[in-house]
Each structure stands twice: as structure tokens, then as C-alpha cells.
Design a binder for this molecule. Structure first.
Ligand SMILES: Cc1ncc(COP(=O)(O)O)c(C=O)c1O
Length: 393
């Protein structure tokens, strides 16, 4: 058996009460297990919490990304450019490619780890179809200037909030600014439904399309009766229950996931507050001469503690990793997505060789950035121990 780390990336993300809620459901005679009323109720409660009109519960954050890009493709079948970060999860870029768009990369701002607003704006061309911004590890990646400029230029914003649940900009929850937004409920995230994700929007057309895209492109999945009737009227030769509007996917989640999500949601705000307190304790205790501490903290909802070495010192970073391993501190080098996506094999031939070198801030995080666990039941004395270890490296 492998030894569990003393300081893991996550602990106890699915509570006894969540499991008991599932057991309660299973005690019924013939309980519904596939996508059903629990999923619908979770979508309503999530939308209310987030402050959007509509949400569609899917089986992962990557699926939420995929649906978002498929929605964009329905509006731009001939493709175009989507501005994306090099520091993100693979599915943010894979979904762009899978839907026939060209990813255009913008380097990050070191204080938020999200794309720098100036870099985004400088990449907008007549072929730009959307900005697909990832809020990295709980930091607010928005600025008023960015929002105003995108609105002025008519470029839709799609927010990936998969690792930033509960973070805010000017007091308003991230994920309620963009045309569409995405969340993940994978295990180590702010909330977990085992696997899971959400696509959120105020746009009634995108909502109906997302419902269909989630489920084979089937018209009967739309819950707008008039829309269903239109499709049925235009296709009289088809069985009304089997009209496939788009070439789509099966990305549905189940009642089990929804029950866990509904049980967790009431705890989310308290958990976010705890994560934020933990972050502040980390930042007050790590050695600011060695590690970055000037993050944008306003509105943040920390996902994991970002340990970013100030100096590009390969020897120090090797020593730091050895020290953390020795102390049982679990870590991921390069931040959540493994660092600079432009170095990954799946982008060879898609972007020019050595393109990654044009993104120095992302390159720095790739080699000198780590994330280590921050979660609601991480104790103060554990944070203090972690800081003592990394300060002594
Ligand atoms: C920013 C971001 N987007 C998308 C995803 C994909 O989410 P999932 O693992 O639920 O597919 C993740 C996962 O960690 C993520 O961090």
C-alpha cells in the first residue's frame, strides 16, 4: 500500500452527511438513478446560488468546456479564433480544437495567474469568436476594464470557474459575468459530486442548446415546449422522441451526483471562507523573500495554496521538492494543469515549435510554481508546519 502523504492535496471532500443522503435515496423502492428530478433540483439551486438563470449539470468540468465550445460552434460553424491561457487545464484548449477553432494564447498576470487583460485585448482580431478565460486556483481573473472592452467590442466572455467556486469580482460571483460559464465538481475541488460539472448561462437559447448537446443532441431534452414543437413540426417524418438536432454527446450526470451536490451546496460558502482564511495564514507565514505573496486577494476563493518561487533558481527548486517529499507534503509542479500547456505533445504541430517561450510568466510557473493542499479542514498548526518546512528548504 502506498503511504498517504502527511499533508495531502485534499481530505474529506465528501462528508458522511452527503453519503447518508445517497443512502436515504437508495432505500426507496425503485429509486431513479439516471439523470432525473434530483439533477433538475440541483440545477435550480446552483443557478440561485451563482446568480444566473440557467444551469446544466454534466459529468465533468471538461464536459462543461466541451459544451461551451460546441455552443460557440453553433454560432460560428466556419470557426475562428478563441483566446485561451497557456496556464489552464487541457480540456479548455482541447475543446477549442475539437470544435474546429484556433486557440490564440495570451500570457498570464502573475498576481492572478489568469490571462493578463492587456494581453487578451491585444490579441483580439476580426476573427476572434470568444475569450475563454480560466480563473486559476480561486483568483479573480477579471478587471472592469476587460469587461468593458469586451462588451464594447462585442466579444463574448466564457468563464472557466472549475477551480474558483465562490470567488467574486466587485462582490458578484465569478461565473455570472460571462455569456457562459463552467464549473467542475471533481474530487479536490471546492465541491465534489464524485465527477461532475455545470454549464451556466443567462441566455435562453444557449440553455436549450446545452440541454440538447448534453444528451445526444436530442430535441426532447429541450424543456422549452415551443422549441420542441418547432423542431417536431419541421421534421414530420421523424419519431418526435428521436429527433437529433446536432451531432452531440452523452455528457449527462446521475441522481447520485446531484444528491451529493445538493447536500454539499449549503456548506460551500463556509468552506470558501475557511479556504480564504487558510490562504491568508499561508501568506503571512511563508518567507516573502523566497516565495511570491503579492497575489490579488480581493474576491479570491483559494483552491490550493500556490507556492511560487521568486527567483528562477533550478538548484533551489530541486532542494525544495526534495524537502517537501521528505516532509510528506503532496504537491503538483507547474500548478493545477501541469504548467505551460504549450509544451504539451497534443499541441505539437498546432502551434509553432518553441511558441511556449513567448509566455515568460507561464514559463516561470511551469518550473518554479507548485500547488499544495488547502482545504476546509486543514488545521492552523498544519499550515504552520508546512510553512516552516518550505521556509527551511
Ligand atoms: C480550470 C479547469 N478546467 C477544467 C477542468 C476539468 O474538470 P474535470 O476534472 O471535472 O473534468 C479542471 C479540472 O481540474 C480545471 O481545473
Amino acid at each position: 500500500m502506498t503511504k498517504r502523504p502527511t499533508f495531502p492535496l485534499m481530505r474529506n471532500n465528501i462528508a458522511r452527511a452527503d453519503l447518508d443522503a445517497v443512502i436515504e435515496h437508495l432505500r426507496q423502492d425503485d429509486p431513479i438513478l439516471t439523470n432525473g428530478p434530483q439533477c433538475a433540483a440541483f440545477e435550480v439551486e446552483w443557478s440561485r446560488w451563482l446568480g444566473v438563470r440557467h444551469s446544466v449539470f454534466v459529468n465533468s468540468g471538461a464536459s462543461a468546456n466541451l459544451i461551451s465550445m460546441a455552443l460557440l460552434k453553433l454560432r460560428h460553424p466556419a470557426g475562428g479564433e478563441v483566446i485561451v491561457p497557456p496556464l489552464t487545464w487541457v480540456s479548455d484548449i482541447a475543446s477549442v480544437l475539437q470544435n474546429g477553432f484556433t486557440p490564440v494564447f495570451a500570457d498570464i498576470d502573475r498576481r492572478t495567474l489568469a490571462m493578463a487583460p492587456r494581453a487578451i485585448l491585444s490579441r483580439i482580431t476580426p476573427r476572434t469568436r470568444a475569450v475563454f478565460l480560466t480563473h486559476v486556483q480561486g483568483f479573480d481573473g477579471l478587471t472592469d476594464e476587460l469587461l468593458a472592452e469586451l462588451a464594447r467590442r462585442g466579444v463574448p466572455l466564457i468563464e472557466d470557474v472549475c477551480e474558483s467556486h465562490g470567488a467574486t469580482h466587485n462582490g458578484q460571483r465569478l461565473g455570472s459575468f460571462g455569456w457562459v460559464s463552467n464549473f467542475s465538481f471533481y474530487y479536490a475541488h471546492h465541491m465534489s459530486t464524485i465527477e461532475g460539472g455545470m454549464v451556466c448561462t443567462d441566455d435562453p437559447v444557449a440553455y436549450q442548446q446545452a440541454r440538447m448537446l448534453r444528451s445526444h443532441g436530442m430535441v426532447r431534452e429541450a424543456n422549452d415546449v415551443a422549441l420542441r414543437d418547432t423542431w417536431r413540426g419541421e421534421n414530420p417524418d421523424l419519431n418526435p422522441d428521436f429527433i437529433f438536432a446536432f451531432p452531440a454527446y452523452n455528457l449527462r450526470n446521475t441522481e447520485i451526483g446531484a444528491i451529493i451536490g445538493r447536500s454539499q451546496l449549503p456548506r460551500l460558502d463556509a468552506n470558501v471562507a475557511r479556504r480564504t482564511r487558510n490562504l491568508q495564514r499561508f501568506l503571512s507565514r511563508i518567507d516573502a523573500r523566497r516565495y511570491q505573496t503579492d497575489f490579488k486577494l480581493d474576491g479570491s476563493s483559494n483552491y490550493a495554496f500556490n507556492l511560487i518561487v521568486n527567483e528562477a533558481d533550478p538548484l533551489f527548486v530541486d532542494r525544495l521538492m526534495a524537502t517537501m517529499r521528505e516532509a510528506g507534503i503532496e504537491f503538483r509542479r507547474g500548478s493545477a494543469g501541469g504548467g505551460n500547456q504549450l509544451r504539451q505533445p497534443y499541441l505539437r504541430g498546432v502551434v509553432p515549435a518553441d511558441h511556449h517561450r513567448q509566455f515568460p510568466h507561464t514559463e516561470h510557473v511551469h518550473f518554479y510554481g507548485f500547488y499544495i493542499g488547502n482545504f476546509p479542514d486543514l488545521r492552523d498548526d498544519e499550515i504552520d508546519s508546512i510553512c516552516r518546512v518550505v521556509n527551511a528548504a
